[in-house]
Design a binder for this molecule. Structure first.
Ligand SMILES: Cc1ncc(COP(=O)(O)O)c(C=O)c1O
Length: 440
């Protein structure tokens, strides 16, 4: 099994290990059971499928890509799917396809990945940062209305399903006084999310997915736009490949013609058949992987309920969560700050991450994005508390218990509940040497 493992944060050379927060001696680094933040597994079927494409003589966008598009569209119940090189490219293509005037304003959550805001800028548009509710890390109708009041009526809006949690797409659009036709969803975390009963994929004009190495459907790199609008789909299909009226695959098919036209600017953002073959095979495992994510998230919920000051995020809208990330807030009552906790967990071999540094903390967006004059108090409050814990389908129950045990132990106010003492590895160390290997 091919494994791409994101290592827990490496400590800078020469700084030594931090002392244990509770004064307890740390185990030697080599003896620590590592819990990587994320693990990418490319299934044996996916590797075989990629090899078949590599041997076929056609490796770029072609038949496999078309099959992946139709299977993906069916999965998210959308009429059309266009496979592209990344979610960032998907967002840019979807925004360009709205055909807004240059510099038109687009609402973007203040707490999102920088790629989402880059897509707005590369589409020739202006991001307007919207504050979030610190309980959900997501904009609310009230924060959207505030952004509109203070920065003017926007021309479009990007809605993020943060961590895979369903966002109230229609209510947010209404607060922005925008039709759903002017909403583009950032579903980088949200394959498997439903808002109410409706799968994310056709709730707005265009929905953009990511197949980055750590996402719920990992290919390595890749993205998809889904939409119910045939004209929009055709435009994005052309724009993903230089704006050409026919791609090489179409021109080479029997009866195909060598001539094409280019009527407007396009990107080079197509998906290859190698990626598509991996994606199709990975899709066969998706439900099983989602079940695993849900079970592990439920285990975290239960174990962390007895750790004061570690608070999982609330879900902003009814529906199904895709459980892409398991995000908690490290509140003041925990007694140890988020940054210190990240270091302490890393010293114990536990990888974590922070999603995301608010955009207005990044110099490029300070210069290029509009921010409400009263600032973004929700994002300011949340950012120093945000912490993403390891979550992926190949995480063991023992690893979740160990993370929760360490979290219980690292607070100066130790609870008296089941996590008062660090959990011990439940398997012998030799079995941990290849914790995610094929032999398991
Ligand atoms: C919220 C969000 N939007 C967009 C992206 C961009 O995805 P990609 O890496 O496929 O371009 C990411 C990637 O991490 C993300 O987390």
């Amino acid at each position: 099994m091919t494994i791409h493992r994101l290592r827990p944060r490496q400590r800078p050379v020469g700084r030594g290990r931090p002392p244990a927060l509770d004064g307890a001696p740390l185990a030697p680094e080599s003896a620590v059971e590592k819990v990587p933040f994320a693990v990418t597994r490319i299934s044996p079927e996916a590797r075989r499928a990629a090899q078949e494409v590599l041997a076929s003589g056609w490796v770029t966008t072609g038949h496999e890509t078309e099959l992946f598009e139709s299977e993906f569209a069916a999965y998210v119940e959308a009429e059309h799917a266009i496979a592209v090189s990344s979610c960032t490219a998907a967002l840019e293509l979807a925004l360009r396809a709205l055909r807004l005037p240059p510099d038109a304003t687009v609402l973007v959550p203040a707490v999102t990945f920088c790629g989402a805001a880059h897509a707005v800028l590369h589409a020739g548009l202006r991001p307007v940062l919207v504050d979030i509710d610190p309980r959900t890390a997501t904009p609310t109708p009230a924060t959207v209305a505030e952004a509109v009041r203070s920065c003017g009526r926007p021309q479009a809006m990007m809605v993020l399903h943060y961590a895979g949690a369903p966002a109230p797409v229609a209510a947010l659009a209404e607060a922005a006084r925008l039709p759903l036709a002017r909403v583009v969803e950032d579903a980088a975390h949200a394959l498997g999310t439903s808002v109410g009963d409706l799968p994310v994929g056709s709730l707005s004009r265009a929905t953009c997915f990511s197949f980055y190495a750590t996402k719920n459907l990992p290919i390595g790199e890749g993205g998809m736009v889904t939409t119910d609008d045939a004209e929009l789909a055709a435009g994005i299909r052309r724009a993903r490949l230089h704006g050409m009226s026919a791609d090489a695959w179409r021109r080479m098919l029997p009866g195909g013609r060598w001539r094409y036209t280019v009527e407007e600017a396009g990107l080079k953002a197509n998906m290859t058949d190698v990626q598509a073959a991996i994606g199709r095979a990975q899709l066969q495992h998706f439900e099983e992987w989602q079940r695993r994510r849900h079970a592990l998230a439920a285990r975290y919920d239960k174990a962390l309920a007895v750790v004061p000051g570690i608070e999982p995020l609330d879900v902003p809208a009814p529906g199904r969560h895709a459980r892409h990330l398991y995000v908690v807030r490290v509140l003041a009552e925990y007694g140890t700050g988020r940054d210190e906790l990240v270091e302490a967990l890393a010293a114990r071999g536990i990888g974590t991450s922070v999603h995301f540094i608010p955009l207005h903390h990044l110099p490029h967006f300070q210069r290029t994005a509009l921010t409400p004059p009263d600032g973004l108090p929700g994002a300011e409050l949340l950012f120093p508390q945000l912490l993403s814990l390891p979550l992926h389908p190949f995480l063991s129950e023992a690893a979740v218990d160990r993370v929760c045990g360490e979290l219980a132990r690292l607070t100066p106010d130790r609870p008296t509940g089941p996590h008062a003492h660090p959990s011990r590895p439940t398997r012998p160390r030799t079995a941990m040497a290849r914790p995610y290997g094929e032999g398991r």
